[in-house]
Design a protein around this ligand. Structure first.
Ligand code: FES
Ligand code: MG
Length: 576
């Protein structure tokens, strides 16, 4: 049995280092995989937590990536043991992959704690898989390195680059407006997905990969490398080797992450034009890491940061260009003293040292602070008011400047289905100034807080040339979307939030500079409407029932109330 650097025996020794019948059983059954005795002589046992799945196409190549991680673990003297978890494919899962993020985090946490593991490499990619793995691994607090799967190669359609999500929304509006044929729309399907990997825009997957790097939980430069680039396999190999060293050093996530790490992530999110979903995920991740983080931090901290990265949906380019320009290290170097460069990372060095030699090879893609794509204050605004007492968010860089202060008449839909049924109706009572509202799309209302926020513009307005209007929801929107959309309204309608009291015809005022979102309805009228609301229905069974019962609101990350915090990796009891 080899001790860790603090003198305590390695965790895996409580399985493989035992004498007697329990040690016999632990080792004996592992021999059926062809391992020899030297595999269990006390070397670090490294889990490879793999969210590979054919049902999660963004993660479908992760079995090959795992082979590179294994090589790295073996070369560094560790034992790699790969295991699957549930996986969450954004495009296929219904009603919403978000419904299962917390479930996946439980799978990761409990599998790590229940097994003879000393450290872990997390393999994720698609939107919810990365936060779910981080949440689980932080609660278990074993030495951990994240390797993300990398983006696909740029989509190519009719001689132009086309990005995941963003161009789908654009093309579908073009078809509705009669400017693109259905045949071309169908041809574009394959053109947008040319290789293994996750979405090519700065959507949620790319954002979370970049923010994992900014948090210090993945190797420098790893986020942006295309999935099919050999460099991704080299970095996976390095991650396997590094986690073996981290076990020796006793370098756990709790010894890496603190408030500085999360402030860095929020600031990098603003500089890259990252997804609004990062707000919900970072709040949940901070909750697991026992770091105080509040919704308002996203406004305050992001407010100091200019938009530097010119990627869709806020800009022009795709992840491939971002990788070739230098990726996250080049952004971190450019942000310089706007970040806590002394924050710890998985390399054992601080964030600033990791990026000291970074170069910006694509100044058009990664702008300088002197010539940013947009000035500071253009990213996330947190709004409050009598429509969202606990807060709501708007991505300013994806919204229209002329709608930042807007009053309009509300047109309210209780479900997204109701909106879809009516959106193309010529008789829909809607004008360009109307404020479209879809509620009951929050964490418990839907359930699972789906990405419905970027409601398609009603057909009659689209035909009249309207391309943006104010929309409000207690749901989320895809990180690849754009538009003037107020999201994550808390408390949600289904939890008795005042959004439930809004009625068609009420005046709603959005004031982004003033950070307000209000309905012009007298207090006594709101009280009267509240008394008429039906009580929440908490009947049911199964996972969706558990979710509705325990999910917290968006302003704290939509994690389960009973999952907050670290539960560590003490060896559970077992006797024969
Ligand atoms: Fe998986 Fe976009 S659908 S990353
Ligand atoms: Mg997405």
């Amino acid at each position: 049995m080899q001790p860790d650097n603090d003198g305590s025996p390695r965790r895996s020794a409580a399985w493989f280092g035992l004498d007697g019948k329990l040690g016999f059983v632990h080792r004996s059954k592992m021999y059926n995989q062809g391992y020899s005795a030297s595999m269990f002589d006390g070397r670090p046992v490294i889990g490879i937590c793999n969210s590979w799945s054919d049902l999660a196409p963004c993660n479908a190549h992760l079995r090959q990536v795992a082979e590179a991680v294994k090589r790295g673990v073996l070369m560094a003297g560790g034992v790699p043991l790969e295991f699957p978890t549930i996986s969450l494919g954004e495009t296929l899962m219904r009603p919403s992959a978000m419904l299962f993020r917390n479930l996946m985090s439980m799978d990761v946490e409990e599998t790590l704690r229940a097994n003879p593991l000393d450290g872990v490499v997390l393999l994720g990619g698609c939107d919810k898989t990365v936060p779910a793995q981080l949440m689980g691994a932080l609660s278990a607090d074993l030495p951990a390195v994240m390797v993300t799967g990398g983006p696909m190669l740029n989509g190519k359609f009719r001689g132009c680059d086309a990005g995941s999500g963003t161009h789908v929304w654009q093309f579908s509006e073009e078809v509705r407006a009669g400017r693109m044929s259905k045949e071309d729309f169908s041809i574009a399907e394959a053109c947008l997905s040319r290789s293994a990997g996750h979405c090519t825009t700065m959507g949620t997957a790319s954002t979370m990969a970049c923010l994992t790097e900014a948090l210090g939980l993945s190797l420098p430069g790893s986020a942006a490398i295309p999935a099919v680039d050999a460099q991704r396999h080299r970095i996976a190999e390095q991650a396997g080797g590094r986690v073996v060293e981290m076990v020796e050093e006793g370098l756990t996530p709790s010894s890496i992450l603190d408030r500085r790490s999360f402030e860095n992530a929020i600031r990098v999110n603003a500089a890259i034009g990252g997804s609004t979903n990062a707000v919900v995920h970072l709040l949940a991740i901070a909750g697991r890491a026992e770091v105080d983080l509040a919704l308002d931090d996203f406004d305050t901290l992001a407010g100091q940061i200019p938009l530097l990265v010119d990627l869709l949906p806020s800009g022009r380019f795709l992840m491939e260009e971002f990788a070739y320009a230098g990726g996250v290290p080049a952004v971190i170097k450019e942000l310089g003293d706007l970040l806590h460069t002394d924050a710890a990372t998985v390399t054992g060095r601080c964030l600033g040292d990791n990026c000291a030699d970074a170069r910006n090879w694509g100044p058009e893609v990664i702008r300088s602070r002197a010539e940013p794509l947009r000035e500071a204050g253009s990213h996330t605004a947190v709004l409050r008011g009598n429509l969202a007492p606990d807060g709501a968010v708007i991505k300013v860089s994806a919204a229209s400047g002329e709608l930042m202060r807007h009053s309009g008449t509300a047109l309210v839909f209780d479900t997204i289905e109701e909106y879809h049924d009516q959106a193309d109706s010529p008789g829909l009572p809607v004008e360009a100034s109307t404020v479209l509202v879809v509620r009951n799309a929050g964490p418990s209302g839907y359930p699972g807080m789906p990405e419905i926020g970027n409601l398609a513009i009603p057909k009659k307005l689209l035909d009249a040339g309207v391309r943006d209007m104010v929309r409000i929801t207690d749901g989320r929107m895809s990180g690849t979307s754009y538009g003037t959309v107020v999201l994550h309204v808390a408390p949600e309608a289904a939890a008795g939030g005042p959004l439930a009291l809004l009625r068609t015809g009420d005046t709603v005022t959005l004031d982004v500079p003033g950070r307000r979102i209000d309905m012009d309805v007298p207090e006594d009228e709101l009280r009267r409407r509240a008394a008429e609301l039906a009580p929440a229905d908490d009947t049911g069974s199964g996972y969706a029932w558990l979710y509705r019962k325990h999910v917290r609101q968006a302003d704290t990350g939509a994690d389960f109330d009973f999952l907050k915090g670290r539960r560590g990796h003490a060896v559970p009891r077992r006797h024969l």
